[in-house]
Design a protein around this ligand. Structure first.
Ligand code: NDP
Ligand code: HEM
Length: 481
């Protein structure tokens, strides 16, 4: 006979019953003194943390990064030194849908990586696209509001989406990407990831470079057409299931780690603003260099503690890596730790999934759910040999900035234009089939009953600005030519 452990409450007290509450007689009312029942019900009432305000639906896995090339001339970051292996956790997500929404929606996919390095956590919180819809963080909440639900009906509304996009021409590149077949990846394993922003790298001598990250899937790109995705709506968890099943079967997905590197001084007069998140750096100017690869090789054991409570923050950067002046990145440096303090609590970094693997010698302590014991001394500076900062670790991070305080668009570089890069995608990259699918995906989206006749004209104008053939195709599909 197998022996079973005795069930307990959360204080370790043996449970009086797994099925019956304490009552006065078999039919009688229940008693307040049934602390076991009360703990069970009260804890259940607190089982959810708020879902992420964006990227609520997702899944993730553990893995390992291996660096195969020497890039010490560009960065001194320990995790990027040749031969180094670093454990990581990666969470994939959709952006606009809520927790139970379908994995196969047309949407960018989040691609958030936490590297547990010997120098602390390095978080690269990217997407499966190298660009974004806007270039100033002051528009982010408005943009997201337009993609989520109306205030009156609580319905998603394509008219609202096109209203925002057509009034925000900087969205053209990302919306083009989204409306191609890459807008619905067949699985998380079959898509690339991008750091998207430009970041700073600096080496041990303090020399600086600008860098973009590209994670190239080794499974190959595979997408669903709109019709294929619609048929899969019966399984809203299609992508979570796919990743979990593959890893459980030993089929471990992997990505090449590529970077584009720009000399620090080249940014000032580069033909595009290299910090504008709506632009890529064309490969002809800055080819991708492979520096290593990572593999996802372990499923989470518990979804809530490892995936739901995972908290990624672009502000986690190790020595050798820094921020760029990209205004979107600057906004995100604030936003993520702020939302984590609200969503999880001020001690979110003490949870096992978020906890760094190196020693934490922080002078922050206490607060709800504090787990790490603070040690004396509890202040700095101190004369009793407490931990002390080493500013030399960040030497090389600083650079000169100057300018007048103002609210303005970025100053234009020679070839900056909202349409030139989506036009290059249409003209030089997409196949005939890709183009036909792009047109039909746009037409399908703009044909929703709520999209007004006036809005349809604005939609045609938006796509005509990118390319006249594209505009004509959309106009034909919408019955406007
Ligand atoms: P390249 O021909 O060197 O690169 C084209 C890029 O486009 C490749 O990364 C390719 O990825 C990707 N791509 C292929 N098909 C699609 C698709 N259906 N939807 C989105 N991307 C696709 O040209 P450039 O570097 O000069 O860039 C030209 C345009 O390509 C850009 O304006 C941009 O729209 C797009 N692009 C550029 C990237 C960059 O970092 N330079 C990255 C991604 C897109 P793959 O190798 O998987 O086919
Ligand atoms: C999630 C804000 C732009 C990728 C989030 C969350 C917030 C947020 C508040 C929820 C985090 C949580 O609750 O854990 C912003 C703001 C942006 C911005 C203010 C612009 C100013 C971007 C961009 C990218 C991106 C440009 C990609 C390049 C992600 C990803 C997640 C996320 C991947 C999910 C992380 C996870 O898996 O937990 N964002 N975001 N965001 N964002 Fe952004």
């Amino acid at each position: 006979m197998t022996t079973r452990p005795i069930s307990t409450d959360d204080a370790g007290l043996a449970a009086p019953s797994d099925e019956h509450s304490l009552s006065v007689g078999p039919n009688g009312p229940l008693l307040l003194q049934d602390h076991y029942l009360i703990q069970k019900m009260a804890h259940f009432n607190r089982e959810r943390v708020p879902e992420r305000v964006v990227h609520a639906k997702g899944g993730g896995a553990h893995g390992i990064l291996q660096i195969t090339e020497d890039v010490s001339q560009f960065t001194k970051a320990g995790l990027f030194q040749k031969g180094k292996e670093t454990p990581l956790f990666l969470r994939f997500s959709t952006v606009a849908g809520e927790l139970g929404s379908a994995d196969t929606a047309r949407d960018p996919r989040g691609f958030a990586i936490k590297f547990y390095t010997e120098e602390g956590n390095y978080d690269l919180v990217g997407n499966n696209t190298p660009i974004f819809f806007i270039r100033d963080p002051s528009k982010f909440s408005d943009f997201i509001h337009s993609q989520k639900r109306r205030a009156d009906t609580h319905l998603r509304d394509n008219n609202m989406q096109w209203d925002f996009w057509t009034l925000s021409p900087e969205s053209a590149h990302q919306v083009t990407f989204l409306m191609t077949d890459r807008g619905i990846p067949a699985s998380w394993r079959n898509m690339h990831g991008f750091g998207s922003h430009t970041f700073l790298w600096y080496n041990a001598a303090g020399a600086k470079f600008w860098v973009k990250y590209h994670f190239r899937t080794e499974q190959g790109i595979r997408n669903y057409t709109g019709d294929e995705a619609a048929a899969l709506l019966v399984d809203p968890d299609h992508h979570i299931r796919d990743l979990h099943t593959a890893i459980a079967a030993g089929d471990h997905p992997s990505w090449k780690v590529n970077v584009q590197i720009m000399p620090f001084e080249a940014a000032a007069d580069y033909r595009f603003n290299p910090f504008d998140l709506t632009k890529v750096w064309p490969h002809s100017d800055y080819p991708e260099i492979t520096i290593g690869r990572f593999v996802l090789n372990r499923n989470p054991e518990n979804y809530f503690t490892e995936v739901e409570q995972a908290s990624f923050e672009p502000s986690n950067m190790v020595p050798g890596i820094g921020a760029s002046p990209d205004k979107m990145l600057q906004g995100r440096l604030f936003s993520y730790p702020d939302t984590h303090r609200y969503r999880i609590g001020p001690n979110y970094l003490q949870l096992p999934i978020n906890q760094p693997r190196n020693a934490v010698n922080s002078y922050n302590f206490d607060g709800p759910m504090a787990f790490r014991s603070s040690q004396d001394p509890v202040y700095a500076p101190n004369s009793v040999n407490g931990p002390a900062a080493d500013p030399s670790l960040y030497e090389g991070e600083g650079y000169h900035v100057t300018g007048e305080l103002l609210r303005s668009a970025y100053a234009k570089h020679a070839e900056d234009d909202d349409y030139v890069q989506p036009r290059a995608l249409w003209e030089n990259v997409l196949s005939e089939t890709d183009r036909a699918h792009l047109v039909s995906n746009v037409v399908g989206h703009a044909s929703a009953p709520e999209v007004t006749a006036d809005m349809k004209k604005r939609v045609v104008e938006y796509w005509t600005n990118i390319h006249k053939d594209l505009g004509q195709g959309v106009a034909r599909g919408l019955g406007l030519s």
